[in-house]
Design a protein around this ligand. Structure first.
Ligand code: NAD
Ligand code: DAU
Length: 358
């Protein structure tokens, strides 16, 4: 670490290995970094390219001379170690994960494998190469479900409710334990729901927008009043960049959008935006709303208190939910080629089979 002109400590960020850099948030982070004039380092994008990984997400947004893609599994210790050694990596930013709650309910095995064993292997590499700093990207879901008031802080107890959130909680605990026991250099962040361009259309916002554009049912789980705290994905990328540069080693930071919305009111907003952007009739779109059986164990409410990262590192989100949602809807309207490529018939069959109309 060196010290900046303001006295805040700053890490050397010369050679970053980004796991999951072809996914939704990892690719936003890579695009974001290559836009930063004060980032002069190299990035190795280390991604297995599962159904959720797509190299189109970084196409045209990287400086080829400072970028390399490696298709490999984070569970493969030897390849990860060799890549870190060959590329002289000083920082790992760990996004790679299975990330969709519904999939974790139907098939938890991949979640334990990637999120728990994969993170364990990342930590083993850092234990072997202790000059590397690891930033672990995690979720607010590890804290469980809130009642009508309050927000998760960094000291909220862990109460994960889905196989996904339990696997992320396990990974957080491993990161903490490796820092405590072996003294490896870590930071970690727990973020709320992200939205924005390039999100795989199994998640609520892109799924609803695309279904509206195609006149398909809009499947609302349960009563539609589960609350999420929405953050534009580039703001998450900026928060991670702040933590990487100046976050205290060994600390965790919560990142939220200060934008709590229940699913049904969120859907109404999306309907308004799609109607105004495409000229479709608002009432026709509303008639597509279809209540379906609830997600098992569905968390009722998340809200994140970001005051620590705001006070310590000066984090301020740049997008509010009104402009962010409109930008996102426009992106999905304008990027049909991307949508066609990431979609598979298999996913649609899976969705229809598991979330039948009530
Ligand atoms: P995503 O599903 O869009 O992308 C995951 C990426 O990881 C894909 O590119 C995939 O190919 C890659 N990957 C999966 N298994 C791998 C393996 N074994 N080895 C190497 N690469 C592998 O996920 P996302 O939404 O971008 O989430 C990224 C991270 O942020 C995750 O750790 C997630 O838990 C966390 N997070 C997500 C959100 C959200 O709202 N999406 C919010 C908070 C935290
Ligand atoms: O809170 C952070 C988490 O946000 C991340 O850690 C996860 O990786 C990410 O997937 C997201 O999890 P959620 O379960 O909150 O997101 P999802 O988009 O799957 O669902 C958002 C809400 O919408 C949730 O209450 C379930 C509901 N939903 C979702 C889908 C896909 C529906 O009502 N209908 C749907 O078809």
């Amino acid at each position: 670490m060196t010290t900046s002109s303001t006295g805040a400590p700053q890490r050397k960020l010369g050679s970053l290995l980004v796991t999951g850099g072809a996914g939704f948030i990892g690719s936003s982070f890579i695009r974001y970094l290559f836009r930063q004039p004060d980032f002069g380092g190299r990035i190795v994008n280390y991604d297995l390219l599962t159904y959720a990984g797509n190299l189109d997400n970084v196409e045209g947004a990287v400086d080829a001379a400072r970028y390399k893609f490696v298709r490999a599994d984070i569970c493969d210790f030897d390849t990860l170690l060799k890549t870190c050694e060959q590329e002289n990596v000083d920082t790992i930013v760990h996004f790679a994960a299975e990330s969709h709650v519904d999939r974790s309910i139907l098939g938890p095995s991949a979640f334990v494998q990637t999120n728990v064993i994969g993170t364990f292997q990342v930590l083993e590499v850092v234990r072997k190469l202790p000059s590397i700093h690891l930033h672990h990207v995690s979720t607010d879901e590890v804290f469980g479900s809130l009642g009508p008031t309050g927000a998760f802080t960094e000291s909220s107890p862990y109460q994960p409710n889905s196989p996904y959130s339990a696997s992320k909680a396990a990974s957080d605990h491993l990161v903490r334990a490796y820092a405590h026991t072996y003294g490896v250099s870590t930071t970690h962040s727990n973020c709320s729901n992200n939205y924005g361009p390039f999100q795989f259309p199994e998640k609520l916002i892109p799924l609803m927008v695309l279904n509206m554009l195609e006149g398909r049912p809009l499947p609302v789980y349960g009563d539609g009043m589960n609350v999420r705290d929405w953050l534009y994905v580039d703001d998450h990328a900026e928060a991670i960049w702040l933590v990487l540069r100046s976050g205290k080693t060994g600390e965790s930071y919560n990142v939220g959008g200060r934008a709590e919305l229940a699913n049904l009111p969120l859907l109404e907003r999306l309907i308004d935006i799609v109607a105004s952007e495409t000229g479709r009739d608002r009432e026709d779109l509303r008639r597509l709303i279809t209540f379906v059986k609830d997600r098992p164990g569905h968390d009722r409410r998340y809200a994140v208190d970001s005051s620590k990262i705001e006070a310590e590192l000066g984090f301020r989100q740049r997008h509010n939910v009104d402009t962010g949602l409109r930008e996102t809807v426009r992106w999905y309207i304008q990027n049909n080629a991307w949508i066609e490529r990431v979609r598979s018939g298999a996913y649609r069959e899976w969705l229809d089979a598991n979330y039948a109309k009530r």
